[in-house]
Write a protein that binds this ligand. Structure first.
Ligand code: HEC
Length: 99
């Protein structure tokens, strides 16, 4: 029993930090370009939605960006992406945008 807890306590933080698989990363990049790009511009310089370039997001907290992407913004065209991407994937996406 003790071993099980030890095992779980080692596993859970690793899972939370784990990156999406390479294949999933490619899917997310594709989504960024085609889905997010349809409103934020193919090169993310802005369109219907505001620009999502690193220089535009650098001063905004990660948690705030993850929240907007997961839940969308009511009363605007920004839809919630929770049904399609997990919080972990959203965090990876935000890190990608900030690079
Ligand atoms: C249907 C159009 C549409 C799509 C598709 C869309 N967005 Fe948005 N997004 C918006 C609009 C409009 C806003 C501005 C909302 C407001 O006025 O507060 C926004 C706001 C945001 C913000 C907040 C920016 C800031 O500076 O506060 C982020 C981050 C964001 N979108 C990321 C994404 C990502 C990532 C995707 C793809 C997974 C995506 N959006 C897809 C329309 C869209």
């Amino acid at each position: 029993m003790r071993q099980l807890w030890l095992c779980l306590s080692l596993l859970i933080p690793t899972m939370a930090l784990a990156e999406p698989s390479k294949q999933r990363q490619a899917e997310l990049q594709n989504m960024l370009k085609h889905d997010c790009g349809s409103c934020h511009g193919l090169t993310l310089k802005g369109g219907l939605g505001p620009p999502l370039l690193a220089k535009d997001l650098i001063n905004k907290p990660d948690d705030y960006l993850v929240e907007v992407i997961q839940n969308g913004r009511k009363g605007t065209a920004m839809p919630p992406w929770k049904p399609f991407i997990s919080e972990q994937e959203t965090r990876w996406l935000v890190q990608t945008l900030l690079k």
